[in-house]
Design a protein around this ligand. Structure first.
Ligand code: FES
Length: 198
């Protein structure tokens, strides 16, 4: 344990020397907290994190982009990842928890390869969101929970995604909107995604 900490300290000291963001880091605090957490950024992500820090005036301001890096790295934000990010940034874990739980875009449990976030707020509901949700559940044979056993699909219902004028709609994996959905179009989408090899 002690040897691992020493080696990590050497790596961090080297990283601090290489990047201009070094002035923002508190290696001792980072190491102390990170030692008790399993998650750890890869060297590439750590480099991106350090560059991110350099673009923001405070660590608090850099928290959201850092959480995006964590989502990309770990797939979701577990309590252990929250602790890791808090330790890395020198922020109170309660602050990180508050931010993660405030924003719906951060996954707080593992999700499948295809994450379907169907808006069920009033305008979408008036335009058939409930039928869209039912069609997805029926097509994918959800039995228990919201993720298929093969972990290919996760279905989630969410509040307004700011596309009310093209309701009903869903957001796919954070960055693609499918709008003016019908039962037929959403089944077509599901089938196309299911057929993909990636
Ligand atoms: S109510 Fe569905 S996007 Fe606004």
């Amino acid at each position: 344990m002690h040897r691992t900490s020493a080696s990590r300290a050497a790596r961090l000291t080297k990283a601090v020397a290489q990047f201009p963001v070094a002035r923002y880091l508190q290696p001792g605090r980072y190491l102390k907290m990170a030692d008790s957490c399993a998650p750890k950024f890869s060297a590439q992500t750590l480099k991106e994190y350090e560059l991110t820090l350099a673009r923001y005036p405070t660590r608090q301001a850099a928290l959201l982009p850092t959480l995006w890096l964590a989502m990309r790295e770990f797939g979701w934000i577990s309590p252990q990842v929250e602790q890791y990010v808090a330790g890395l940034m020198g922020l109170p874990p309660s602050h990180v928890r508050a931010v993660v739980s405030f924003y719906e875009m951060f996954y707080r449990k593992p999700v499948g390869r295809w994450h379907l976030a169907v808006c069920t707020n009033l305008p979408c509901r008036l335009r058939g969101a409930d039928q869209i949700v039912r069609a997805i559940r029926d097509r994918l044979n959800f039995e228990h929970g919201d993720t298929t056993p093969d972990r290919r699909f996760t279905l989630e219902t969410v509040q307004c995604l700011a596309s009310c004028g093209s309701a009903p709609m869903l957001q796919l994996n954070q960055d693609v909107y499918h709008e003016n959905l019908t039962v037929e179009s959403v089944i077509k989408l599901i089938d196309e995604l299911a057929a993909r090899a990636d």
